[in-house]
Design a protein around this ligand. Structure first.
Ligand SMILES: [Zn+2]
Length: 280
């Protein structure tokens, strides 16, 4: 059984949480309890017609999260926040790269697995440093790697995890295995991983792109990969400039919007779907 370091040494949130739990007494909180408290406060504010962001909001029914409370996923952590090589929402042309692209890389952990999605950093020391810095996890602790699609920036660091299982949707695995660029084969990922994480088809960026969806702390979380490039692309329902099918990209973003509370995009920090959707 794999155990996250925070479960061995106590909750790292303890020193940073306000002392308003346990009947007014400071006390240890698990991450799940902390998020449940934070979510409860958010729900209360929405229910009484206030905005969690401080501004007015129209009165309406209480917000309903889409996730389930029961899940084999114990926690998830963004390891690297990605960026695009060119970003039209920053006034940059689609015609040429202005910086190296880095993809967003996420770690999903449960009792029986430690799954890294889209290993982003080609440098072995940098990858190990970010895993340690963001999650207190060593490279050898990663038991499996999942790749959303075959683009090079999403497999840049996969070879650092030679002892882990390498997973992708069958068509993505086939493309990578055919390319013969990797030292060992990618396994076909079925519809569901570790009885916890759904593998869902999200075509548009590529024909065979797949994302992951799971429940954690009562929220439905989607690791979108490049099905959603950044929050701005999500808001405009736009595929990235190199998408094979922009219409399909828009439909895929619509579908993800319907099933997710939180989206982790391919090249940006994660965001709340309902907040991002409300701006346009
Ligand atoms: Zn891509």
């Amino acid at each position: 059984m794999w155990t996250h370091p925070s479960q061995l040494s106590g909750c790292v949130l303890n020193d940073e949480c306000p002392a308003d739990t346990n009947g007014g007494q400071p006390g240890p909180l698990t991450r799940g309890e902390f998020l449940a408290c934070a979510g409860g406060a958010l729900l209360t504010q929405i229910a009484i017609g206030g905005s969690a962001l401080g501004g007015p909001s129209p009165a309406g029914p209480p917000h309903r999260w889409k996730g389930r409370g029961e899940s084999h996923v114990k926690r998830w952590d963004v390891i690297t926040i990605g960026n695009l090589s060119r970003n039209r929402y920053w006034g940059e042309s689609d015609d040429k790269a202005v910086r190296p692209a880095i993809c967003t890389c996420t770690l999903i952990t449960g009792e029986e697995f430690c799954l890294l999605v889209d290993p982003s950093l080609a440098d072995v020391v940098e990858m190990a440093t970010e895993l340690d810095r963001r999650a207190g996890v060593k490279t050898r602790d990663v038991t499996a790697v999942f790749v959303t699609h075959e683009h090079g920036d999403h497999v840049a660091g996969i070879t650092h995890f030679a002892d882990a299982r390498w997973l992708a949707a069958p068509a993505v695995a086939e493309a990578l295995n055919k390319s013969a660029k990797l030292p060992h084969r990618i396994e076909d990922a079925a519809d569901r991983l570790f009885d916890a994480i759904d593998v869902i088809a999200t075509p548009g960026h590529t024909e065979t792109h797949h994302s992951l969806r799971f429940d954690c702390d009562g929220l439905s979380v989607v690791i979108a990969g490049d099905a959603v490039a950044t929050r701005d692309f999500f808001r405009e329902r736009r595929g990235y400039f190199n998408a094979v099918d922009l219409e399909m990209s828009a439909r895929t973003i619509d579908r993800l919007s319907a099933i997710a509370d939180i989206i982790v995009p391919g090249h940006d920090n994660y965001f709340l779907v309902d907040c991002a959707a409300g701006g346009t």
